[in-house]
Design a protein around this ligand. Structure first.
Ligand code: SER
Length: 875
């Protein structure tokens, strides 16, 4: 069976058991406690916790998953992946252990037709019930059931949240595959007993302090690794030899010229390149972009690891794009998103590879210096911290450091390197913080359960509504009543307030009942289906059950509306001018301005920006109708509606159309006709990351204000310049030219004045075995003073000069210079400057024949020269 056939047979088998077939959710989870979607159950977390009701109690999916915590293992085995597909079946308080076990057995033996004699079953150490089910209900021989500890057989998606004991199915690949040791059994690290299916009996919610609270209902979460099952079905011992992955690896072989199966080191590199190419393709297609933090960093690490393994196999040129093409060809049928974003993935990968090439070169220089330092210090071991820094900063492979160090006759301190790596791993793990099921989430969860449905949002059409208070949350706990002066969150059964979502800020306004006035400062969506109003009760009291009047700040919402529709029009104009690769990667719409982040590979020039702005404004003036309506995601896609990059959508979506040129999925609030925007003005454009640009713009009154301010600036400048506004630029250019001419004329004049005054300064000359002048001169900079000193010495026919000047800029300069005769008679310019410089609060230096200093204290010039005289004995 090919991977695609297994996928289909699994999903239809469980449809036959009454499960709803649902699509995979995005690799970017809807859950702040997780960096990436790591299992099929992630999209169902709120359902397991009883916080959401899907309207059915059985589901089956094929989920895209990413796991990179132990990235170093990936490639060294045939069964670990950074990206893989998990086939799952789920029960939300419906079927439990008996059915989960029986169906897993039925699918394994009847559909996959696996050899019963090769199957093993693990259970949690004290789960007698599971043992009895396997043995008595399913008919598994007792000696095929093994008990294991919490590490293997107690499953949770993270430190907190739904979890429970589990039972795993293993397939024995035969003694020739494994480690060969006598006690090799399921759970051994080797490849012999392949764990292919995990059945989790999800019955607890783990709190932050580790306590387990029984969930409202008992659930089932099972996960079967598609790649592992494909390996079993295709009779190969490594996932990388299964149909889909083998095809990608073949491409890696062609690019690198290496052959799989000859040498373990080469095989590891080929597996890494193959595995990582899939992860990179899927991560970027789901909206992850390379960066130095969070999931962007995970992506960057994977991508770099693939590139460096290409290097290890001798590929110097960018090559990942070719593999991406393979991934898209082989997996595009099941995952249309990789086809849709193919071009974008290619471009991002190409530019990352190029950047990494440069870092790799810098790393080599850094390593070269470290090697030289170690050797010149007589050492034979390269510092482990150095190796770690190379790895961390330059993405430099440890093995490469070892290899290059060895060529120079050095070893690398691996112990220290390992310690640093372990510390970094801990930091990375700690960075994945967990706050999704915190008190805050739980309190709103309770409210959600109480209202048993969704809050109705009426704000597309209405600015105010009568509503009932259905929940009040203060400091993470639900309360019945709010007294005057108190702050908290209020949930209404229906509301015109828009909760911050899709980049549009939440509404502000007032919730009132008699003298009770609750000012809403922000509106949020703490969990899907719930809208909460954060604010303060200015007077009176409010209680759950009260009938209130909720009214938004209409003028503020108007401004938000204009900015939001303008964002869509700009998006359209950007694609028109810069190209179809432009995707929105984020936006932020407030009453004052809009921010729009998009993928693009260089800074747009002034001409492009002006075309974008003109196009957008033309569309605004054309007064297009703006329509929004609901439809199914499938229909929307067929209509060619732009879905936002990296955004997740439900089955029913809202489409926003401006005229017939812009169609986007969007739940925000918008103007009725484009001309209400008035005008859009781009006020800044810049880079916010690799291949990511940001523009900020203002509309309507904001744009007008912007134009007024600019106009006032020009008018003011024109008044100062005594010209008409249209002449400002010409006038300033003329002034700048004249200023430059005047400055050089002034410098010339100073030089001339200096030489005509020479005679005056010569009058102060003394003879101490050589002619010497010590003097100050008004208003010269260093260059002018140097010319003056040279001229004076020329006039004297040799000798020495010590001169100082306080110049216009407020600084003081000091020069001492003497000829050979003076120096051999004891004149030491450097010593003089050393002595004198502190008096002008300055620093400087030089040689016995010539030294200079600059300082800040003009008032100290007299003292500085006096110290020089003292040193020369001419006081
Ligand atoms: N959540 C479990 C796992 O990932 C079973 O799906 O193994």
């Amino acid at each position: 069976m090919k991977a695609a056939e297994i996928r289909e047979s699994y999903l239809s088998f469980f449809e036959g058991k009454g499960c709803h077939r649902l699509p995979s959710s995005s690799l970017i989870p809807d859950d702040p406690s997780l960096l990436l979607t790591s299992a099929g159950m992630v999209q169902f977390k709120p359902v397991f916790l009883g916080l959401r009701d899907l309207g059915f109690t059985r589901a089956t999916t094929c989920q895209k998953c990413a796991r990179t915590t132990d990235i170093d293992i990936i490639g060294t085995t045939g069964r670990h992946h950074s990206f893989f597909e998990m086939l799952g079946n789920f029960s939300f308080g419906d079927y439990f252990k008996s059915e989960a076990c029986a169906w897993a057995y039925e699918y394994s033996t009847q559909v996959l037709k696996l050899d019963i004699n090769r199957l093993w079953f693990s259970i949690y150490e004290d789960d007698d019930e599971a043992e009895a089910i396997w043995r008595d209900e399913v008919g598994v021989p007792q000696d095929r059931i093994v008990r294991m500890g919490a590490k293997d057989n107690f499953w949770s998606a993270g430190p907190t949240g739904p979890c429970g004991p589990c039972s795993e199915l293993y397939y024995d690949q035969g003694p020739e595959v494994g480690c060969g040791s006598a006690d090799c059994a399921p759970g051994c690290d080797c490849d012999r007993f392949l764990e292919y299916w995990n059945l989790v009996f999800m019955q607890y919610d783990r709190a932050e302090d580790g306590t387990l609270t029984p969930l409202p209902k008992q659930n089932i979460d099972t996960g079967m690794g598609l790649e592992r099952v494909a390996a079993i079905m295709q009779g190969v011992h490594s996932n990388f030899e299964t149909d889909s992955l083998r095809g990608i690896m073949q491409c890696a072989e062609e690019i690198t010229g290496a052959t799989y199966g000859v040498d373990e080191k080469t095989d590891t590199s080929l597996r890494i390149i193959t595995d990582h190419a899939r992860a990179v393709t899927f991560l970027i297609s789901d909206g992850v972009l390379p960066s130095n933090e969070g999931r962007g960093y995970v992506l960057r690490r994977i991508l770099r690891r693939a590139v460096r393994h290409g290097r290890l196999l001798g590929v110097e040129k960018p090559f990942l794009q070719l593999l991406i093409d393979q991934v898209v060809t082989r997996m595009g049928d099941a995952y249309p998103e990789v086809v849709e974003h193919h071009d974008l993935v290619r471009r991002i990968v190409a530019s990352e590879e190029e950047r990494f090439g440069a870092t790799l070169r810098q790393g080599l220089v850094f390593l070269g210096e470290a090697i030289d330092d170690t050797k010149s210090g007589g050492g034979s071991v390269l510092d482990g911290i150095m190796a770690f820094a190379l790895h961390d900063t330059y993405g430099f492979p440890y093995e490469l450091t070892v290899e290059i160090a060895a060529e120079a006759g050095l070893e690398v301190d691996k112990a220290t390197f390992d310690v640093e790596m372990a510390a970094q791993r801990d930091r990375a793990r700690a960075a994945v913080k967990d706050d999704s099921w915190s008190a805050f989430g739980h309190a709103f969860g309770e409210v959600a359960k109480l209202i048993g449905g969704e809050v109705e949002f009426v704000g597309y059409g209405a600015d105010a509504a009568d509503a009932v208070v259905v929940g009040i949350v203060v400091d993470g706990a639900t309360v019945e009543r709010l007294e005057a002066g108190a702050s908290g969150d209020i949930v209404l059964n229906t509301t015109p307030f828009y909760g911050e979502q899709g980049g549009q800020v939440g509404d502000q306004g007032l919730i009132a009942l008699g003298d009770a006035r609750f000012t809403v400062s922000d509106t949020r969506i703490p969990m899907r289906g719930l809208i909460s109003h954060a604010g303060t009760l200015e007077g009176g009291a409010l209680a759950v059950g009260d009938k209130v009047h909720a009214a938004i700040d209409v003028e503020r919402r108007e401004r938000i509306r204009r900015n939001h529709t303008a964002t869509h029009i700009l998006h359209w104009a950007l694609r028109k001018v810069l190209g179809e690769h432009v995707h929105q990667s984020g936006s932020f719409v407030t009453p004052d301005r809009l921010r729009f982040d998009f993928t693009h590979f260089e800074a747009p020039d002034a001409d492009q920006l002006s075309r974008i702005e003109r196009l957008a404004n033309a569309k605004i003036m054309e007064n297009h109708p703006v329509r929004n309506y609901e439809t199914s995601l499938v229909t929307a896609r067929e209509m060619g509606v732009t879905a936002l990059f990296g955004e997740k959508y439900g089955e029913i979506v809202r489409v926003l159309e401006v005229g017939n040129f812009s169609k986007e999925l969007c739940g925000g609030t918008h103007v009725g006709r484009s001309s209400e925007i008035g005008m859009v003005k781009i006020i800044s454009e810049g880079s916010v990351g690799a291949n990511l640009r940001r523009i900020e713009a203002v509309t309507s009154f904001g744009a007008l204000e912007y134009v007024y301010t600019e106009e006032a600036l020009i008018t003011e400048a024109a008044t100062t310049l005594k010209c008409r506004p249209a002449e400002v630029s010409e006038k300033v250019a003329g002034l700048a030219r004249r200023l430059k001419e005047t400055e050089s004329a002034l410098a010339e004049a100073k030089r001339l004045r200096g030489s005509s005054d020479l005679e005056k300064y010569l009058a102060g000359r003394v003879d101490i075995g050589y002619p010497l002048v010590v003097t100050d001169v008004p208003d010269m900079d260093m260059a002018a003073l140097r010319d003056f000193v040279d001229a004076l010495r020329q006039h004297m026919g040799g000798g020495a000069v010590v001169a100082a000047s306080g110049n216009q800029g407020g600084g003081a300069v000091l020069i001492a210079a003497g000829d050979v005769k003076a120096v051999s008679a004891g004149f030491d310019a450097a010593a003089i400057i050393r002595e004198a410089a502190p008096f002008i609060a300055g620093r400087g230096g030089g040689k016995p024949a010539m030294a200079q200093a600059g300082g800040d204290d003009v008032a100290g010039i007299g003292a500085a020269l006096a110290s020089a005289r003292r040193l020369l004995g001419v006081e």
